[in-house]
Design a binder for this molecule. Structure first.
Ligand SMILES: [Zn+2]
Length: 398
């Protein structure tokens, strides 16, 4: 029988060679990855319900919607043996489609890593699928086309923010005809992008496009004209859980930006010296890419920054975990990346010229934020296995 496997093995090797991605794969780790919003949510709920030995407490928050009565954010809270210490909050799916990988990471963490931690005074709160609409419909944004990570702040003055750089490149970022990835304008997109890079510089373009904007409701990186319901739903819960702790660490999980397969530690610009010092202690030995450094960008309406304001008076350590997929730190990766964002958004608002175009654009978008590669998926959990216990232990002993 063994010999019959040989051609299969050769085919598999050819496939791996063609896909250009090599590295270990692990079937057990791959089992954590699920392909729909419902299956991820169900797996999260079931796992939380099974973890009574870790004192797990499950809860569900409904997210109001015009079109869907079954959008929820699910929470699993693990209180410590003795209260008063430290709390880690791990969030997934602020950008809906990024929740596929982030949900796998959360469940892998609960299932395989949490039981090994010294949790004498360490509480853990997992928040699953902060943007369930985007999760279900495989978009980054909410039902209102809002990028939730540009939508959090204490006051609505946020929505008066002007992004003048964005207005200058609005026509490049937001075409208004039906989407067709194969037409001339899209085939020449890299050239048009390079022309803009020459005219404005890469850093200026990246900052303008990605920081967030509040003037073009159908545009990419739209931060809203009001708060999305998530702020009102989650804030009281965070305040309530955090009230019995003196120090809080946030790990907000994302995918899509940075070198493929690499975990980037990517906080927004951190101005407070004490917070920066705590980050440097907990993440010692790792490269931390602050938003105000080269190749990165700062944003407005950032969730991690808002949580710090909400929990003022507590020691707070914000961090965004960003698992890279498209090498967006390179010029060609960054052009591909923004092109995927543009086409998906354009098709959503103005339709597609054909079913083939729709399928191609949606396939590219999904690969961008949730690669199907077994190597990438395995790597994400292997990295999580190394990083989470170490970071949590350092936070615990601060
Ligand atoms: Zn993201």
């Amino acid at each position: 029988m063994r010999i019959q496997y040989f051609p299969l093995l050769v085919l598999l090797q050819i496939f791996v060679a063609c896909s250009g991605e090599q590295g270990p794969t692990d079937a057990e780790k791959l089992g954590y990855f699920k392909e729909t919003y419902e299956s991820n949510r169900e797996a999260f709920r079931q796992l939380c319900a099974r973890m009574k030995d870790q004192r797990a407490e499950a809860s569900t928050l409904n997210v109001p919607s015009r079109s869907d009565k079954d959008l929820t954010i699910d929470l699993c809270y693990f209180p410590p043996a003795t209260p008063g210490g430290k709390l880690v909050i791990i969030t997934s799916g602020i950008h809906g489609i990024e929740a596929f990988a982030s949900s796998a990471i959360q469940r892998f963490f609960m299932d395989r890593l949490l039981g090994k931690l010294n949790r004498a005074d360490l509480g853990i709160l997992l928040v699953h699928g902060v943007n369930p609409f985007g999760f279900r419909h495989e978009r980054r944004v909410t039902e209102n086309n809002v990028d939730l990570n540009r939508n959090f702040d204490e006051t609505p003055a946020l929505f008066q923010t002007k992004n003048e750089g964005y207005s200058k490149i609005n026509s490049l970022l937001n075409p208004t005809e039906q989407a067709n990835p194969g037409n001339l304008s899209n085939r020449f997109f890299p050239l048009r992008a390079i022309y803009n890079i020459v005219m404005h510089s890469m850093a200026a373009l990246r900052q303008a496009a990605l920081q967030g904007q509040y003037e073009y409701p159908k545009g990419i990186y739209f931060g809203g004209s009001d708060f999305e319901p998530q702020k009102e739903i989650l804030s009281p819960r965070f305040l309530q859980v955090a009230s019995s702790y003196r120090a809080i660490m946030l790990i907000d999980i994302h995918t899509g930006y940075g070198a493929r397969g690499k975990l980037h530690f990517f906080p927004n610009a951190i101005k407070d010296a004490a917070t920066r010092k705590r980050i440097e202690t907990v993440y010692a030995g790792y490269q931390v890419d602050y938003g105000d450094t080269k190749d990165f960008y700062t944003t407005t309406g950032d969730f991690s920054e808002y949580l710090g304001k909400l929990l003022k008076g507590k020691e707070y350590i914000p961090m965004v975990f960003e698992f890279g997929t498209l090498d967006s730190q390179t010029t060609s990766g960054s052009i591909k990346s923004i092109h995927n964002m543009i086409l998906e958004n354009q098709g959503y608002h103005y339709g597609f010229d054909s079913d083939e175009s729709k399928a191609e654009v949606r396939r590219r978008f999904r690969e961008h934020f949730y690669p199907s590669s077994s190597v990438w998926r395995t790597q994400v959990l292997t990295t999580s296995e190394e990083v989470f216990p170490l970071i949590l232990e350092r936070f615990s002993s601060l």
